[in-house]
Design a protein around this ligand. Structure first.
Ligand SMILES: Cc1cc2nc3c(=O)[nH]c(=O)nc-3n(C[C@H](O)[C@H](O)[C@H](O)COP(=O)(O)OP(=O)(O)OC[C@H]3O[C@@H](n4cnc5c(N)ncnc54)[C@H](O)[C@@H]3O)c2cc1C
Length: 502
């Protein structure tokens, strides 16, 4: 009989991106070291390991798109490139000696709660051995699964296909005819780079987005020195960026008269950079600024007007063997099609199968849209903590500010479980329902719910992704774990841990 080993650990972290690594650091700093980070890939970094397309960079200033507990005085620019961000993540992991906690190539295929033992059973794809954990941090990322659009004929196309999130660095674009599908946040970074290299670039646009200026400056050595020597100065700069972005919420999160101001800035950029009225018309959005993700770039409009670039706003009908056929019947031949078409964002269902108390299946409960308590905990699924969970998305500020607050909250929850030897820390259903009723009420006044279709909403218009408020409000609600919000079940009846089952 083959022996199936079962290992029991305190904490399982699923995902080794920004969130998983942040959680690991904070756990370690709290003296919790019996944790494993399960990562399906072969390296750390998540988004920034995967998105290496030319021009990949953050669109929130690096000073703010970083953890406050791991400041980096050496950012080279206001907005850093993908490589530099990955370097930052790697250096955090090295400094805190996290590498020994990683298990690469471990794709978690499901978790199931054993109520008697107060442990999560974790299943790993392709392996018979299982791991049990007293607490699980699901940090599998909101934008980790690249998605191709449902265009008829996708498989027929005989040329080269590249997704922005899985770049093919061996493909040489020099002299090639390239088609780019999509005009979202990744596309506007890629297109200027392709235009500089390829023979021709055709950009297939479904909906034009609001484009705002992104003034990117190199950080001079004096400033870096100042930040190295006087950390308070760097902290001050971070705060300035933070409150600057908070003020933008007034026009971007809520549909207010200030939304018009944001739109005026977008229109001014369009008028300044695009002289041809017909092109300008094609690039003018028909929805409120903020309703879809804002595009921060100074290079996109100029690139579109380069001699070798053309914007196509006819809808794509299908892919042919040699290119893209648009609705008016023209075939646009291309050597390579770049799909900057985003990600499979889990708004309904769950990223992995999750079975909670009494055999409850979270994917079924989230069938019509995901919801949670403060985006982190779900009633009936004890000792499970989500990062970037339902309604935690920012429209105006750094995701890392939100993530940091989630991490400190969940680490405090995990510490409570371990210190008080709890079998279950299970959020109360009534608290969760009250929280979500308030959430959906508040969302009605936001730009995201103002009528455009976006990846923030489910097909029937439920907003399961965005947080309708200031980052400050989000962070404040997560300052402490109030045990009154939870059913707290001590470990008295926990069955002994089993080391090996044969
Ligand atoms: C191109 C791009 C640019 C962005 N720029 C910004 C920005 O400027 N500002 C901002 O605020 N936000 C930005 N974001 C959003 C967000 O900040 C990033 O996606 C961020 O890296 C999310 O971190 P994460 O750890 O939650 O997820 P990820 O970085 O995606 O990490 C998740 C990890 O989990 C692993 N994983 C997934 N499923 C499993 C499984 N079943 N088993 C084991 N491992 C698994 C994945 O392989 C991955 O390594 C950007 C996103 C993208 C895609």
């Amino acid at each position: 009989m083959t022996e199936i080993s079962t290992e029991t650990i305190d904490v399982a972290i699923i995902g080794g991106g920004f969130a998983g690594i942040g959680a690991a650091i904070r756990l370690k700093q709290q003296g919790i070291s019996d944790f494993v980070i399960f990562e399906r890939g072969t390296a750390i970094g998540g988004t920034w390991r995967d998105n290496t397309y030319p021009g990949a960079a953050c669109d929130i200033p690096s000073r703010l798109y970083s953890y406050s507990f791991a400041p980096n005085p050496n950012w080279s620019h206001t907005y850093s490139g993908s490589n530099e961000i990955l370097g930052y993540i790697e250096s955090m992991a090295s400094e805190l000696e996290l590498h020994s906690h990683f298990r690469f190539g471990h794709n978690i295929s499901g978790i199931e709660f054993d109520e008697t033992a107060g442990l999560w059973d974790i299943t790993i794809e392709g392996r018979t051995d299982t791991v049990r954990a007293r607490a699980v941090v699901l940090a599998s990322g909101p934008l980790a699964n690249a998605s191709f659009p449902a265009i008829p004929g996708l498989e027929n196309y005989q040329g080269h296909k590249i997704h922005s999130a899985r770049w093919d660095h061996d493909y040489d674009f020099t002299g090639k005819k390239v088609a780019v599908v999509g005009t979202g946040a990744s596309a506007v970074q890629i297109i200027p780079e392709l235009v500089a290299k390829a023979a021709s670039v055709k950009v297939f646009q479904r909906t034009p987005g609001w484009v705002l200026p992104r003034v990117n400056r190199r950080t001079n050595s004096l400033t870096k020195q100042l930040y190295r020597r006087v950390p308070a100065a760097e902290n001050l700069a971070r705060r300035a960026w933070f409150y600057g972005h908070e003020s933008v919420a007034l026009g971007v999160v809520w549909n207010t008269p200030l939304t018009r101001v944001v739109e005026l800035v977008g229109r001014a950029q369009l008028h300044r950079q695009v002289k041809d009225p017909w092109l300008r018309r094609q690039l003018t959005p028909d929805f409120r600024a903020g309703c879809k993700r804002l595009l921060m770039t100074d290079d996109y409009y100029p690139a579109l007007q380069a001699e070798n670039c053309k914007l196509i706003s006819w809808p794509i009908a299908r892919l042919s063997e040699r290119g893209i056929r648009t609705a008016e019947g023209i075939e646009h031949q291309a050597d390579c099609i770049v799909f900057a078409t985003g990600f499979d964002v889990s708004k309904t269902g769950t990223p992995i199968p999750i079975t909670g108390r009494h055999g409850r299946v979270l994917a079924e409960e989230w069938q019509r849209g995901a919801y949670a308590f403060k985006s982190i905990a779900v009633s009936g699924y004890p000792n499970l903590f989500l990062t970037f969970g339902p309604n935690s998305g920012p429209g105006h500020n750094s995701a890392l500010v939100y993530m940091e607050a989630q991490i400190d909250y969940l680490v405090s929850g995990i510490k409570t479980i371990l210190d008080q030897d709890l079998r279950m820390l299970d959020v109360r259903r009534d608290r969760q329902d009250r929280y979500n009723a308030g959430m959906q009420r508040r969302l009605t006044a936001t730009t995201w719910n103002s009528g455009c279709s976006s990846w923030y909403l489910t097909e029937d218009g439920f907003n399961a992704t965005m947080y309708p408020g200031f980052a400050t409000q989000y962070v404040n609600q997560l300052r402490t774990v109030d045990l009154d919000d939870y059913n707290v079940v001590p470990a008295a009846a926990r069955t002994p841990r089993i080391a090996a089952v044969s």
